[in-house]
Design a protein around this ligand. Structure first.
Ligand code: URA
Length: 205
């Protein structure tokens, strides 16, 4: 765990040194991500906003409060999970990130994923979902439906800011969180060989 933290610290340092590329400028700070380097679950949002830029921490504004409340309600401590964003510097006026900006920060996020190697990646909103499932998928159609990509279970969810704007999305957001809890608690299906052995053991009893 300590080694993973050291590796993450190194990437955070590289992010600082990058200056934020297309989004860097006076008063714009790096927001790398935070949480447990050994987390089984990683939440990936879109980009820092005003409060995140000020505190240099992801999801600390209104949307963050909703995310963190749902973590607690479903029995997770904040230090059990890892929280970060696709884009690591705040876009002006909180506008959508451009493809160039997403591409600039991609190596930093990819390294975070590689180091932490979470079992489940929860994508919060469209931009994060597109990274794993491709542009063109509809979040309204596939939220709450896990699929395996690149050795991780990808669990798409609405962005908490969208849930704050719309009661139907809020309901879906909370239901998907409960589903996520059940999924993360579920024991993995035994391998076929293990199943066979179990059946043979039962025959002996
Ligand atoms: N929205 C995001 O996508 N990320 C944050 O960190 C805050 C708000």
């Amino acid at each position: 765990m300590e080694d993973k933290q050291k590796l993450l610290d190194k990437i955070a340092e590289e992010l600082e040194v990058s200056g934020g590329g297309p989004l860097g400028g006076p008063g714009i700070n790096a927001v790398f991500g935070e949480g447990n380097p050994d987390a089984q679950i990683m939440f990936i949002g879109e980009a820092p906003g005003f409060h995140e830029n000020q505190e240099r921490r992801p999801f600390v504004g209104q949307a963050g409060k909703l995310l963190r409340k749902n973590l607690a309600v479903n029995g997770w401590r904040e230090d059990e999970v890892y929280i970060t964003n696709i884009v690591k510097f705040r876009p002006p006026e909180n506008r959508d990130p451009t493809p160039q900006e997403i591409e600039f920060f991609r190596p930093f996020l990819d390294k975070q994923i590689e180091i932490i190697n979470p079992k489940i990646i929860v994508t919060l909103g469209r931009f994060s979902m597109y990274k794993f499932l491709g542009i063109g998928v509809s979040i309204s159609k596939i939220h709450g439906q896990p699929r395996t990509v690149g050795g991780h279970i990808i669990f798409p969810m609405f962005h908490p800011a969208a849930a704050l704007r719309d009661g139907t999305m809020m309901k879906a957001f909370e239901q998907d969180f409960q589903k996520l809890r059940q999924m993360s608690d579920a024991k993995p299906e035994p391998e076929p060989e293990a199943k066979k052995n179990e059946a043979e053991q039962l025959k002996l009893v």
